[in-house]
Design a protein around this ligand. Structure first.
Ligand code: S3P
Length: 163
C-alpha cells in the first residue's frame, strides 16, 4: 500500500519523500512533466480548476499502484471530496507533516524555486484561512501526524521508518 505524505505547502513533503525512497512519486513533479510547464504557468494559463482535474486523475492513478510506494502530494489534494474519499481508504498509511503557519509562510516566501500560485495570489490573512481549513482536512485523513517545526529531515524520516 502507498505511504502518502500530506501537508500544507512548505511542510517538506517532497524533501521527505526523496529521503524515504529514491523512486518516490512526487505529484507536483509528475504533473509538471505531463503538462510540460511549471505549476505556476499552468495555473496562469489554464486556471486552478484545470490543475485540480489533472491532480485528481493522477491521485487515482497512483493510489491503484501496487507495492510499497511513497507518494508526495500537493497541499491542495485534500480539497476535493473525491480525493478525500480515496485518501480516507488509505488513512493508516497517510502521514501528515504538520507545521505552524508562520514557519511555513516564511519558508514559502523564501522558496524562489517552487513558486506557489496560491501564495502569490492571496493576502497573508487569506492564506492563513486556507491553512486553517486545510489543516482540519489533513488531520481527519492521517493516522500519523508529525510536527516538523523543529525537526530535521533525518529525524522525520527516522520516525516514519520506525512505525
Ligand atoms: C498547492 C500546493 C502545491 C501545488 C500547487 C497547489 C495547494 O504543492 O500543488 O501550487 O493548493 O496547496 P506543495 O504543497 O508541494 O507546495
Amino acid at each position: 500500500m502507498a505511504k502518502v505524505l500530506l501537508g500544507f505547502m512548505g511542510a517538506g513533503k517532497t524533501t521527505i519523500g526523496s529521503f524515504l525512497d529514491d523512486n518516490f512519486l512526487d505529484m507536483d513533479l509528475i504533473i509538471e512533466e505531463r503538462v510540460d510547464m511549471s505549476i505556476s504557468d499552468f495555473f496562469a494559463h489554464q486556471g486552478e480548476a484545470a490543475f485540480r482535474q489533472v491532480e485528481s486523475a493522477l491521485l487515482e492513478e497512483l493510489m491503484t499502484k501496487e507495492g510499497n510506494i511513497i507518494i508526495s502530494t500537493g497541499g491542495g489534494v485534500v480539497i476535493s471530496e473525491k480525493n478525500r474519499q480515496l485518501l480516507r481508504e488509505n488513512r493508516k498509511n497517510n502521514i501528515l507533516l504538520s507545521a505552524s503557519f508562520e514557519v511555513l509562510y516564511d519558508r514559502i516566501k523564501k522558496d524562489k524555486f517552487f513558486q506557489r500560485p496560491l501564495f502569490l495570489n492571496n493576502s497573508k490573512e487569506d492564506f492563513h484561512g486556507i491553512f486553517e481549513r486545510r489543516m482540519m482536512l489533513y488531520e481527519g485523513l492521517s493516522d500519523l501526524i508529525i510536527n516538523v517545526d523543529h525537526r530535521t529531515p533525518e529525524e522525520i524520516v527516522r520516525i516514519i521508518k520506525s512505525i
